[in-house]
Design a protein around this ligand. Structure first.
Ligand code: ZN
Length: 328
């Protein structure tokens, strides 16, 4: 994703505001792009820098091929500086260095841009130093701060920036992005439904524990369907040994919940919303003898089980109760 037009599909409002400001030559001195991972902060900061320097803007889009654009893409533009955390934080020395660079006038123009990635990671000293820098009005400088968490930034810094709140990605956008990264549709859909942030969703792909959780949840459902009389044994042995803490137990129950939501989607003719697309046949079969009312009761029972886990009820007991309710 590298054009304004493309990023506008994910961030329509921020894109419109920025491209308007560029077109009218009304750029602010400092921007703060705030949004989750994957929402396009870095893409937009690069596009903004290119829009400032590109000599061949056409229909509001930088050309991506001129000397300025190419050097911005490769991170070698003399008037575009990017600061990233040095280890776990952005240190005062990094801001001091930036300031020194900026005391020389632009090498090829008077314009300068700096981008601070993970701005919330600035140490207090670094932030105070940056604040002084922001207070010196310099018409030719554009600061772009990127952050996932504005709470970590000084109010005084925030108040000097034009804040661009980026829209979180929805599950469909996460699913699509994961697919472009080579993750199969069925997995991409499940990961996106399970994690609201793309980075977390992406991690599920390599997470063997999660793959095991998915398997064991499907196994439980199959045993329920078959009316197996070894269900309690299964809970006590396999289930409890797979889930060793509260978060993991919630994860198992969340997956179970997604499955029965799929059963509900089948009941209300919204098959296109189904998450476990690989198991669609199985889900359809379940919906035949698990009525809409039964499904509602099961979803409610799973929510209750989650509540009990939170209240420290013994997990084996919670799961035994739940499976009994689901069997009815
Ligand atoms: Zn260009």
């Amino acid at each position: 994703m590298k054009t304004w037009e493309e990023i506008a599909t994910v961030q329509p409002i921020a894109t419109k505001m920025l491209t308007n400001m560029i077109a009218r030559d009304r750029l602010a001195h400092a921007y703060l792009f705030q949004g989750d991972k994957g929402t396009g902060k870095e893409v937009m900061s690069t596009l903004l820098a290119k829009s400032i320097f590109c000599q061949h803007i056409a229909n509001g889009e930088p050309c991506h091929v001129c000397k300025d654009c190419v050097r911005i893409t490769s991170g070698n533009h003399p008037d575009v500086h990017k600061i990233i955390p040095d280890g776990s934080s952005i240190k005062k020395e990094q801001i001091v260095h930036l300031q020194k660079e900026f005391t020389y006038t632009g090498l090829e123009s008077n314009q300068k841009v700096y981008i601070i990635v993970d701005a919330e990671k600035m140490t207090t000293n670094a932030a105070n130093r940056l604040l002084k820098f922001l207070e010196e009005p310099n018409r030719q400088t554009t600061a772009i701060l990127l952050t996932e968490n504005t709470q970590g930034l000084l109010d005084t810094i925030r108040s000097r920036c034009q804040i661009m709140a980026l829209k979180p990605l929805n599950a469909q956008q996460i699913e699509k992005t994961l697919q472009t990264e080579g993750i199969a549709e069925a997995n991409a859909r499940l990961f996106a439904a399970f994690k609201p942030q793309i980075e977390d969703a992406r991690l599920l792909h390599q997470d063997e524990r999660f793959a095991g959780t998915r398997k064991i949840v499907v196994q439980l459902i199959e045993m329920l369907q078959a009316g197996s009389n070894e269900l309690l044994l299964f809970i006590q042995k396999q289930w409890m040994s797979h889930f060793s803490n509260r978060d993991q137990l919630h994860e198992g129950l969340d997956l179970l919940m997604l499955w029965y939501k799929d059963v509900m989607y089948t009941h209300i003719d919204k098959e296109e919303s189904i998450i476990f697309i690989e198991n669609q046949e199985k889900i359809k079969k379940i919906s035949m003898h698990c009525s809409k009312q039964d499904t509602t009761a099961i979803l409610y029972a799973i929510m209750e089980a989650k509540k009990h886990i939170e209240q420290n009820v013994h997990p084996t007991l919670v799961m035994e109760q739940l499976t009994l309710q689901m069997q009815r």
